[in-house]
Ligand binder design. Structure first.
Ligand SMILES: [Zn+2]
Length: 220
């Protein structure tokens, strides 16, 4: 599944066309947060306190060992232009672009960290399901991306996992409360500024929605 910004099994991609995504069980923000925190608790508890997540070790060692996947970096040009990551369901392989991985630029190194976390999200949440679904022919596996609600969309789920795994929500909120600047957050979590800003905006929007719901309940 080419993951410039899309995820699918590669064999399925060719059959299904580029505008379709595999349909996966819905996952809420809370569920994804819990899974990410549980993994961090077991794998690197310090990431829930002071350290940046060691995503490279998690992706190349933990995912490989615990999930029986082959993971690492590879030349992804056969998958198309600008493909940064690929997770192949049928072959249980997950790779990030070797060009990205070997880049000496700090922006690319941080982009590589985000891509590894995104592919790890696919490995954790989608590979076993998609393999089971393909052997048991459960339902229709493909839908247009536009037909999917965000929490049913495997791309959204993988990015939510990546955000929660690299910038654990409780830690991120604590940093915001302590008035970390954008540059401080970039350094603290070792991710690009755009990733930090996206997460900040998402959490702000969720807080606003939650406050609106509480007000509506109070009026009712
Ligand atoms: Zn993806």
């Amino acid at each position: 599944m080419p993951c410039a910004r899309q995820w699918k099994s590669w064999t399925a991609t060719r059959k299904a066309g580029v505008n379709k995504l595999i349909r996966v069980p819905p996952l809420s923000c809370c569920k994804i947060r819990k899974v990410a925190e549980d993994f961090l608790q077991r794998f690197q508890p310090d990431a829930l306190h002071d350290d940046a997540t060691d995503i490279e070790r998690f992706f190349t060692v933990t995912i490989a060992q615990k999930m029986g996947m082959v993971t690492g970096s590879d030349d992804l040009s056969p998958y198309g232009d600008d493909v940064l990551g690929v997770t192949e369901v049928a072959r249980k392989r997950s790779f990030v672009s070797s060009e990205l991985y070997n880049s000496s630029s700090a922006v690319n190194q941080r982009r590589c960290r985000a891509t590894m976390a995104h592919e790890a999200g696919h490995c954790i949440h989608h590979v076993a399901y998609a393999r089971l679904a393909s052997t048991t022919a459960v339902g229709t596996l493909f839908r247009k991306a536009s037909d999917l609600k965000p929490f049913e969309n495997p791309e959204w789920q993988a990015w939510e996992f990546a955000r929660q795994f690299l910038m654990p929500e409780a830690v991120f909120r604590r940093c915001l409360a302590e008035r970390y600047t954008a540059s401080d957050l970039v350094e603290r979590f070792d991710v690009n500024r755009s990733f930090v800003e996206t997460w900040r905006q998402i959490l702000r929007q969720r807080d606003a929605n939650s406050a609106r719901r509480k007000t509506a309940d109070f009026i009712r």
